[in-house]
Design a protein around this ligand. Structure first.
Ligand code: NAD
Ligand code: PRE
Length: 366
């Protein structure tokens, strides 16, 4: 039986999800977005079948509603759901980076036809809009589901099936767990990245050539500061209590670091760095479990036409299958690094050796 899936917001995340849902059979996808170009391209690409102008119309026709708008807009749409006359069950989900207020709004709904399971794919980019959307954005990413009270397990299963072409792995969390963990691993780091950029900007006033020294390290740690400020303003305020708490902890930690430096505590400083390295190196990239396992190889590529193609061709000739590939933008215009992920350690070793034999600068990070 054909299902109607209504996407509200076809930007980076909504567009990327819709591209995957469009691969399913027996779905009709309707879309709504204030950007007419987005709608036109999505329609031309067959990602949506129709666009609708009015939220109420899209909702009334839909079996599944996917809200992929800025978080405060998503909350406004959820609040409208009580007032729309529905004549069939509606499964609602979202993609918001913070869940507390979204779930609160969903749990205040009294319409028995509406069921809500929150969603948050833990993948994204500093880019925005439909033009940045890509079908493989969520491949191997964790896709968090946060069911509202009253939602039954089959609702989560419907979403997992609908989003199965993303290649993401689903993980169900409570709202509290989700917001705490994303505060630590996503929102607070973003705040720090932006603060580091401000610090550099201040120093540039007295050191005009400073920006030319911004090499791999600064670019790596501050990439996310180039994200959409409006989106992140929303995220910060949606999760402000936790972020404020973390700032207190961070300030204490920085005071501790300052004391170590001021007092010449070289050994403790070394220990601090060792512990950080050990935790960072141990991030679960290859353990089995909730977080997927991958075997990565890093290859230096020079900024020449066809450079990436040659690497891929070499691996294809050796019949080594690539699970994922990503260009890490380091030292723009000079050298880039390709991160190629494999499913097994055997493939990782074989590709490492083949690339090394062909004279590539190649590295495996343990
Ligand atoms: N960017 C990321 O890395 C990332 C990752 C995971 C989740 N998210 C979440 O995804 C959501 C969307 O973020 P994004 O990165 O896709 O942003 P985006 O700016 O790329 O997309 C937002 C889309 O919503 C549309 N929109 C804005 N107001 C609207 C309205 N009133 N009605 C309908 N559509 C409207 C915009 O035109 C745009 O196409 C946010 O809630 C964010 O928290 C973002
Ligand atoms: O890769 C990036 O640019 C992101 O910021 C993605 C990122 C993250 O912090 O990991 C950002 C916000 C989302 O809610 C999920 C993923």
């Amino acid at each position: 039986m054909s299902q109607t899936i209504f996407f509200v917001g076809l930007g980076l995340i909504g567009g990327s999800l819709a591209m995957n849902v469009a691969k399913q059979e027996n779905v009709k996808i309707t879309g709504m977005d204030p950007n007419p170009q987005t709608l036109a391209i999505a329609k031309k690409q067959g990602v949506i079948h129709e666009h609708v102008e009015e939220f109420s119309k899209g909702v009334q026709e839909a079996d599944v509603l996917i809200l992929a708008t800025p978080i405060s807009t998503t909350i406004e749409y959820i609040k409208q759901l009580n007032d729309l006359g529905l004549n069939k069950p509606l499964l609602v989900t979202d993609v918001s980076s913070v869940k507390n207020q979204v779930l609160q709004a969903a749990q205040e709904l009294t319409n028995p036809l509406v069921s809500f399971v929150g969603g948050h794919p833990m993948a994204g980019s500093h880019k925005q809009g439909y033009t940045a959307a890509k079908p493989h954005l969520f491949e191997n990413a964790i896709f968090v589901l946060t069911p509202a009270k009253g939602a039954n397990s089959s609702d989560a299963s419907v979403l997992q099936e609908l989003f199965s072409k993303t290649g993401a792995r689903f993980l169900t969390l409570s709202t509290k767990e989700h917001d705490e963990m994303t505060a630590v691993i996503s929102h607070f780091p973003h705040l720090i990245a932006s603060s580091l950029v401000h610090q550099a900007k201040e120093w540039q006033k007295t050191h005009p050539t400073l920006e030319h020294l911004a090499a791999g390290g600064f670019r790596d740690i501050t990439r996310i500061a180039s994200s959409n400020p409006k989106l992140w303003q929303d995220i910060f305020f949606q999760n402000k209590k936790l972020l404020s708490h973390m700032l207190d902890d961070w300030i204490e930690e920085m005071k501790h670091m300052k004391r170590l430096l001021d007092d010449g505590e070289a050994q403790s400083t070394y220990q601090y760095l060792v512990e950080a390295k050990s935790y960072r190196d141990g991030l679960p990239i290859r353990e089995k479990g909730a977080i997927p396992a991958f075997y990565d190889v890093y290859v230096d590529i020079h900024d020449q036409p066809g450079a990436i193609h040659k690497v891929i061709q070499l691996l294809a000739e050796k019949e080594i299958s690539i699970k994922n590939i990503r260009i890490l933008e380091i030292r723009e215009g000079i050298t880039g690094v390709l991160r190629i992920s494999f499913q097994t350690g055997k493939e990782q070793q074989a590709s490492y050796q083949s690339l090394l034999n062909k004279g590539y600068e190649v590295m495996i990070q343990d």
